[in-house]
Design a protein around this ligand. Structure first.
Ligand code: ZN
Length: 381
């Protein structure tokens, strides 16, 4: 009896404080019809999806912080549809890093880029601080063209994981200095301003290696490798940067190699908006990311030898759906966190061999399967 009383007394304290927390962290956002309801979605032909046809190209799209609730919020705010959720092949991805239950974008980006789990904040290095090969470093010597596109700066953790080898994701100068040695034929992420802040020696080395362009039209006919730095990657200023650059990168990489290509596209700012618990912001970023996915899907559908994989490096914000009205493009959310969480993230796939991703898997497994599908050799085996 005494035990029960103690529990009841404890509960009396716990329940009100929990209720208060919920109230404090609940945010409501109304999404305007004009901005989201008319976007629609694309449904491809599924003829080659999940077949054993040969894969020549892989497009990996990473929604930074894109958990299942973020996908749902985007879907309902867009009238109940997204190109992502029109796809037929799904799986889940565990995101834990070697050092932490809750990963950061550097460790998870490294897992996607190299097929190995590492310490939070490490880029392209294993826990013993040894540089490990990323997908472009494995594929480019075999004749594949490789590229990265992101709405982050090029030194942001996810794009950087595909070319840099640094202990700290914050070592901006060192990450930029790794760019001349990258195995990339096409790179685009913000911004010209950040490039200009780099040291003379870094900028000279980059200009010796890359054709630097500041607008998308200049990419056509530019000698490889090409570096496209937009003036801004902020949503309000970048316009259709992400889908348009994804389309251009696909076109450009297709012309660079007959063997095939690998392209990583990141929607970086879903995460950033979730960190500030901004529902309107992350939903807008989700919808922009979905337009980039559509570009990849349309190409893959026509090509028939392209595998598209869409997933996330981790969940951010502990997003929950508290209510919604798809007809009005309305969604009400709540956030359990202002930082990353450890829940598994969804994966969507389209094209030949997509069936290999229909399971619970590690982020590092996704990377190793991509390399195996393109080269016949799994780096982890
Ligand atoms: Zn984050």
């Amino acid at each position: 009896m005494k035990k029960i009383l103690t529990v009841l007394v404890l509960l009396a304290f716990i329940v009100p404080s929990f209720a208060q927390d919920v109230e404090k962290t609940e945010f409501t956002a109304y999404i305007g019809e004009t901005t989201v309801n008319n976007q629609g979605s694309y449904t491809p032909d599924f003829r080659f999806d999940g077949t054993n046809r040969k894969v020549r190209n892989v497009i990996l799209l990473i929604g930074d912080g894109m958990g299942l609730a973020a996908v749902n919020a985007g879907m309902y705010a867009n009238g109940g549809e997204l190109t992502i959720t029109n796809l037929h092949t799904y799986g889940y991805v565990r995101t834990q890093s070697d050092s932490d239950f809750t990963t950061d974008s550097a460790a998870s980006g490294t897992a996607y880029a190299t097929g190995q789990k590492t310490t939070n904040s490490f880029l392209g290095m294993n826990p013993a601080k040894e540089a490990i090969p990323n997908i472009p470093e494995r594929l480019e010597p075999l004749g594949f063209a490789c590229g990265v596109v992101s709405t982050d700066n090029l030194n942001g953790a996810t794009p950087a994981a595909f070319f840099a080898h640094q202990e700290s994701r914050n070592a901006t100068a060192e990450i930029w200095a790794d760019l001349p040695a990258a195995h990339l034929d096409f790179a685009s992420a913000g911004t010209m301003g950040v490039f200009e802040e780099q040291s003379d020696s870094t900028r000279i080395a980059i200009l010796e290696r890359y054709t630097l362009v500041n607008n998308l039209d200049a990419v056509d006919g530019a000698a490889a490798p090409v570096l496209f730095l937009p003036p801004s990657v902020a949503l309000a200023e970048r316009g259709d940067y992400l889908p348009a650059t994804t389309r251009k990168a696909i076109e450009y990489l297709s012309k660079q190699s007959k063997k095939g290509f690998f392209l990583m596209v990141e929607g970086a700012r879903i995460d950033k908006e979730e960190h500030s618990n901004n529902t309107y912001g992350f939903v807008r970023e989700m919808l922009d990311f979905d337009k980039a996915v559509e570009e990849a899907i349309r190409f893959a559908e026509k090509d028939g030898h392209t595998l598209v994989i869409i997933s996330a490096d981790h969940e951010t914000g502990g997003v929950a759906l508290r209510g919604g009205d798809p007809d009005q493009g309305f969604i009400r959310t709540a956030f359990a966190s202002t930082s990353h969480t450890g829940i598994t993230v969804p994966l969507f796939a389209f094209g030949p061999q997509s069936q290999q991703f229909r399971c619970f898997q590690e982020n590092s497994d996704v990377s190793n399967k991509i390399v195996e599908i393109l080269t016949g050799r799994n780096p982890a085996k």
